[in-house]
Design a protein around this ligand. Structure first.
Ligand SMILES: [Zn+2]
Ligand SMILES: [Zn+2]
Length: 246
């Protein structure tokens, strides 16, 4: 079984990566990937978010690279930020027009003025049971509402930045067809979380979340967790052929 696509990676348009777009594409081709999504941080991320004007330019850069390298399909994606509990994410109508692939995830750095309560409760959840419960309810609501309101291809590192009700998130993900990421760079989904999610007919994706060239397509840790949890290859969107993980 081989991994044929990677739907989570950052270029230097994200403030926390130095990757050059074309170098990423060449690396992906060199390891045999057939499809990648370029998914920089959404503009509402205070420290690392892509500038809207740069994002619009990225569309034509990706179109040019698709012509230059026909052996791979390069998607314009984004790792949108979950903003609050009402399901809002930071993709505006102009961005929806040009985007091919939508990831969404919760990040501490997103729009601190708007989401301060969500961030504060997640921070307090590390020290108090009461706030842990509240954070879990808020984070779950944020993901569930975002999936119902928007066409989200994949939820990134669910549970990595704050507690969630995996059962509830997986139930809705299965309903609306959003992939759950088994992220190679963060520990989530964990083996236990994958086992819970498998109660529903969800699909997973094993992705790198690469912030440097070497990590593009590196999903070995994510595959290990899938294997330990007993996930069948047919449940993983970006592997071929479908079947048992070996
Ligand atoms: Zn992320
Ligand atoms: Zn990321």
């Amino acid at each position: 079984m081989v991994v044929v696509a990677d739907y989570h990676m950052h270029t230097k348009l994200s403030g926390d990566s130095k990757n050059d777009l074309e170098s990423i594409v060449l690396k992906a081709i060199s390891i045999g990937l057939k499809e990648i999504a370029i998914t920089d941080h959404g503009p509402a991320h205070s420290g690392f978010g892509v500038k809207k004007s740069e994002y619009v330019k990225l569309r034509s850069k990706i179109d040019q690279l698709n012509e230059k390298y026909p052996q791979i399909n390069i998607l314009l994606g984004l790792e949108a930020n979950l903003l609050g509990t009402d399901g809002e994410i930071d993709i505006d109508s102009e961005m929806w027009e040009i985007i091919d692939w939508v990831n969404a995830g919760y990040h501490f750095g997103s729009n601190l003025s708007k989401d301060f309560d969500l961030h504060l409760i997640n921070l307090l959840s590390k020290f108090s049971k009461k706030y842990y419960k509240l954070a879990k309810a808020n984070n779950t609501k944020s993901m569930v509402n975002a999936m119902r309101k928007n066409k989200i291809n994949m939820l990134t590192h669910p549970g990595a930045k704050g507690p969630i009700d995996v059962d509830e998130v997986a139930k809705v993900a299965a309903e609306v067809g959003t992939l759950l990421e088994i992220n190679n760079s963060h520990g989530h989904l964990t083996v236990e979380e994958i086992k819970i999610a498998m109660r529903y007919p969800v699909k997973f994706a094993v992705c790198s979340d690469a912030h440097n060239i070497e990590n593009v397509g590196n999903v070995s840790g994510a595959l290990d967790r899938a294997y330990i949890a007993g996930v069948d290859g047919s449940m993983i969107y970006n592997v071929e052929p479908k079947g048992e993980i070996k």
